[in-house]
Design a protein around this ligand. Structure first.
Ligand SMILES: [Zn+2]
Length: 385
C-alpha cells in the first residue's frame, strides 16, 4: 500500500476540477443556511442535494421540524453486497443569519475564497463531492458503501441530528469529519476536548445586614467558597478546565444575599477526567451551615480521545506523503460531531475538511489550492479503508 501512487493519480484527476469546485462552492455559499432559519436552510439543503444527485448518489433528505432537513447521501460499490460502511460527516448550517452575504459576499482574491460558512464547512462538503467524483472518474472499485451525512444543526449543538449521527456511526468502520482543519498548514484534529455546561445555584437566607446579620446565610459567600474549591480542579497539563464565566447573586447592598448562581464551562480531554469532573460537581457540599446547593448540567459532548484517531491519522499521513504533503495534527479545545462518533468507539478522523481561517468571523476563507489536495486525500482514504 505504501508505494501505491493512488493519491497522486487522484490528485491528477482533481487538479483540473478546481474551477468546477469553485462554481459549486459559490452555489453552496450563496445559499445562506443559518441553523435557526428553517426555510433558508432547506433551500440550501436542496442545492446541496442536487449536486450529489448529479453524481449518481442516492440522496435522502431527512425531514426536520425546526431546523433544515438533514441529508443522507449513499454511494454503494457496483458489486454487491458491500462489506462494511464508511461515514463522511459534516454540516451545512452556518452561524451567519440571512442577509450576511450583503456585507460578506462570496469572493475570490489572492488564492483564497471568502464567504459566510465557507470554511466551516461548506468547502468541506465540496471536497467530499469532488472526492466521490474523482473515485468515479478513476474507476476505482470501492469495497465499502459510503454514507455522507450533511446535518443542519451542528452549530447549535446537534440536538436533532445526534441520534442519526450515532446510528450511522455504529454501522461504520470509520468516520471522517470534514470540519475545518487548523492553521495555515491544515492540521487534522486528532483529539478534541469534551465540552459541557453546568449551573451551580446556592440557596441561602436573606436578612438585614445591619440589624440581624447572624440570621442570614450569605449565598454569595457560599458560592465564592465553592468556586475557590472548583478552581483548583483546573489542570492545564491534563487538559481539564472549569471556568465560572457567569456569576450573579444578591439583591441589595444591605440585604444578605439569599441566592447566587454560577454557570460553569467544563472541558476535558479524557473520558475518565470528564466523569471525575461530573462526580466532583455532584459531590459538592455546602461550606456555610444552612446553605443549600443545586447542581445541574454536565458534559454535552464527550471528549474525542486521540486513541480513536491514531490509526486513521497514521494512514492519512502516509497517503499524504505520496503527494509530498506533510500532514500534521493538533488537539482542539472545542467539540464537534466527531466527539459523538469517537465516544462510541468508532475510529474518527476530525478536522479533515478545508484549509483556511477566520471561522465564525467576517473574514472567513479557504485556501483554494488546498481543496483538490484535501479532496484527493479523502478519496484515497475512502478507496483504501
Ligand atoms: Zn463546523
Amino acid at each position: 500500500m505504501a508505494d501505491s501512487p493512488l493519491p497522486l493519480e487522484l490528485l491528477g484527476v482533481l487538479k483540473p476540477q478546481v474551477p468546477d469546485m469553485l462554481r459549486v462552492l459559490r452555489r453552496f455559499v450563496t445559499s445562506e443556511s443559518p441553523s435557526l432559519e428553517k426555510a433558508a436552510a432547506d433551500r440550501c439543503c436542496t442545492v446541496v442535494a442536487k449536486e450529489w444527485r448529479k453524481r449518481g448518489a442516492n440522496v435522502e433528505p431527512i425531514p426536520q421540524k425546526h431546523c433544515g432537513d438533514h441529508l443522507r447521501v449513499t454511494f454503494s460499490p457496483d458489486k454487491s453486497p458491500s462489506i462494511g460502511q464508511l461515514l463522511v460527516l459534516g454540516h451545512y448550517d452556518t452561524v451567519y443569519s440571512t442577509g450576511t452575504l450583503k456585507t460578506m459576499p462570496f469572493r475570490i482574491s489572492g488564492g483564497k475564497a471568502y464567504g459566510p460558512g465557507i470554511f466551516d464547512m461548506k468547502a468541506g462538503i465540496v471536497q467530499a463531492l469532488f472526492a466521490l467524483q474523482a473515485l468515479q472518474r478513476a474507476k476505482l472499485e470501492l469495497q465499502k458503501q459510503i454514507v455522507f451525512l450533511w446535518t443542519s444543526d451542528e452549530e447549535i449543538g446537534s440536538e436533532s441530528s445526534r441520534k442519526l449521527i450515532e446510528m450511522e456511526a455504529c454501522r461504520s468502520d470509520a468516520v471522517f469529519v470534514l470540519e475545518p482543519s487548523f492553521g495555515p498548514h491544515g492540521l487534522v484534529k486528532t483529539a478534541r476536548k469534551g465540552v459541557g455546561t453546568a449551573e451551580l445555584v446556592v440557596q441561602g437566607r436573606a436578612s438585614h445586614a445591619g440589624l440581624a446579620p447572624e440570621e442570614g446565610i450569605n449565598a454569595v459567600h457560599e458560592l465564592a467558597a465553592q468556586l475557590t474549591r472548583i478552581e483548583k480542579w483546573n489542570d492545564t497539563r491534563r487538559g481539564i478546565s472549569i471556568n465560572a464565566d457567569i456569576v450573579e447573586g444578591g439583591t441589595r447592598a444591605n440585604v444578605i444575599a439569599e441566592r447566587a448562581r454560577a454557570v460553569l464551562d467544563l472541558r476535558a480531554l479524557r473520558i475518565p477526567d470528564m466523569r471525575s469532573v461530573e462526580r466532583r460537581l455532584q459531590a459538592l457540599r455546602p461550606v456555610h451551615k444552612g446553605a443549600k446547593l443545586k447542581i445541574t448540567g454536565g458534559f454535552d459532548r464527550p471528549p474525542l480521545e486521540r486513541k480513536m484517531c491514531a490509526a486513521l491519522f497514521a494512514r492519512a499521513r502516509s497517503l499524504a506523503r505520496q503527494i509530498n504533503l506533510s500532514l500534521g495534527e493538533c488537539t482542539a479545545g472545542g467539540g464537534s460531531d466527531g466527539n459523538f462518533t469517537g465516544a462510541l468507539g468508532i475510529p474518527t478522523l476530525d478536522g479533515f475538511g478545508a484549509v483556511g481561517g477566520g471561522a465564525h468571523s467576517d473574514h472567513e476563507y479557504v485556501l483554494i489550492k488546498a481543496m483538490p489536495v484535501r479532496a484527493a486525500l479523502l478519496a484515497a482514504l475512502l478507496a483504501t479503508s
